[in-house]
Unconditional design. Structure first.
Length: 182
C-alpha cells in the first residue's frame, strides 16, 4: 500500500508542495497511506469516503471530504493538479473533469496503458489489447491537456525503507482495520 501510494504520488504524478490532489477512497488501504504521504509533501487533499469514515480521513490529513453516497465529487471539486484513481471506469472519466489543464491522473485500477505493456515486455498481441483498452481514456485526457498513466506497483527495497522511516518518525500511521486471532 505504501509503495503504491508513493509510486503514484511521487514518481508518476510528481506531487509537490502547494498542489491539490484528489485521492479516491481515502479510508482504504492505499488511501489511508496516500493521504498522509500527500500531507507530508505539503499538498491540499480531497478524498471520497462514506460518512462512517469521514473523521478517520480528516484525522489522517484530508482537507476536503466528499461522502460518495450523498455527493458527486465532480460537482464539488475543481482545479486539481493530481488525481489518484482507484475506482471504476466511470469514476476515472469523471476524474478528468476535476483536473486543471496540465494535471495528471494516475490510475491503480486500470485500464493498463501502452507504457505498462512496454515496461512489462508483453507480446505484441497483449500490447495491442492494452492499447485498445486504454485508447478512450488516453484520448479524453489528451484532448483536455491532461496526463493519463496506469500504475502497477513495483517492489522496491529503498522506497520501502523510506516509508518505514516515515512510519517510525510518526509521519505515517498505518491504519489497522481489524485484528484476527491466529
Ligand atoms: N495497481 C496497483 O499496484 C494496486 C495496488 C494496490 C491496490 N490496487 C487497487 O486499488 C484499489 C483500492 O485498493 P485498497 O486496498 O486501497 O482498497 P480497500 O482497502 O478495499 O478500500 C476500499 C475503500 O473504498 C471505499 N469505497 C467504496 N466505494 C467507494 C466509492 N464509490 N467511492 C469512493 N470510495 C469508495 C471504501 O470506503 P468506505 O468504507 O468509507 O465506504 C473502502 O474504504 C483496488 O481496486 C485495488 O485492486 C492496485
Amino acid at each position: 500500500m505504501g509503495l503504491t501510494a508513493r509510486q503514484a504520488l511521487v514518481e508518476r504524478a510528481g506531487l509537490r508542495k502547494g498542489q491539490k490532489v484528489f485521492i479516491q477512497a481515502g479510508s482504504g488501504g492505499v488511501g489511508t497511506i496516500a493521504i498522509q504521504l500527500a500531507k507530508h509533501l505539503g499538498a491540499t487533499i480531497a478524498t471520497t469516503t462514506s460518512a462512517a469514515n469521514a473523521d478517520l480521513v480528516k484525522s489522517l490529513g484530508a482537507d476536503i471530504v466528499v461522502d460518495y453516497r450523498k455527493d458527486d465529487f465532480e460537482k464539488v471539486l475543481s482545479g486539481y493538479d493530481v488525481v489518484l484513481n482507484s475506482r471504476d471506469g466511470q469514476t476515472l472519466e469523471k476524474s478528468l473533469r476535476v483536473l486543471k489543464p496540465g494535471g495528471a491522473v494516475v490510475s491503480i485500477s486500470g485500464p493498463p496503458d501502452p507504457a505498462f505493456a512496454r515496461a512489462k515486455r508483453l507480446n505484441p498481441v497483449l500490447k495491442l489489447v492494452l492499447r485498445l483498452l486504454s485508447a478512450g481514456i488516453r484520448r479524453q485526457a489528451k484532448r483536455a491537456g491532461l496526463r493519463y498513466s496506469f500504475l502497477f506497483m513495483a517492489g522496491n527495497g529503498a522506497q520501502l525503507a523510506e516509508i518505514t522511516a516515515l512510519i517510525e518518525a510518526g509521519v505515517i500511521r498505518p491504519v489497522i482495520d481489524r485484528v484476527f486471532p491466529f
